[in-house]
Design a protein around this ligand. Structure first.
Ligand code: HEC
Length: 117
């Protein structure tokens, strides 16, 4: 009898853990994997040459201060993860393309960092 109780309890714990991890896994669904802003800041060092982040000052490219508080990008598209990622991947108008030089993880971390600006 005691074994049966343990088996039921064990299953309950297992099921709760399983559904919790499934729920956590679904958070990033539809968008890129959730990034790490601290790592993204390190990746951004190569962008800082052309982009300021703590002032509105324009360098080679526009300041990215408050990027996600803007309505549109310079190219007229709305500011969202997909369009910012497209800008990073494709570059254009003086910005190099990073599609092949950054890993998907780097890009997810970058996006997380850009959200903090
Ligand atoms: C050689 C200079 C240069 C480098 C390096 C550079 N960019 Fe850019 N970036 C630009 C220019 C110029 C633009 C403006 C493009 C336009 O007007 O369409 C731009 C535009 C952008 C935009 C759109 C901003 C807006 O408000 O429309 C984002 C986001 C961006 N860059 C992110 C990055 C990231 C992230 C990196 C590093 C991985 C990076 N850039 C590296 C020059 C650069």
């Amino acid at each position: 009898m005691i074994q049966r109780v343990l088996a039921v309890a064990g299953c309950a714990i297992f099921c709760v853990t399983l559904s919790a991890s499934l729920a956590a896994g679904q958070k990033g669904k539809g968008g890129p994997a959730k990034g790490d802003a601290a790592k993204g800041k390190a990746v951004f060092e190569q962008c800082a040459l052309c982009h300021s982040v703590d002032s509105p000052e324009k360098k080679v490219g526009p300041s990215l201060q408050g990027l996600f508080k803007h309505k549109t990008l310079q190219n007229g598209k709305p500011v969202n993860d997909a369009n910012v990622l497209a800008q990073i991947n494709n570059g254009g108008n003086g910005m190099p393309a990073y599609a092949d030089t950054l890993t998907p993880e780097d890009k997810a971390n970058l996006l997380a960092y850009l959200h903090t600006l």
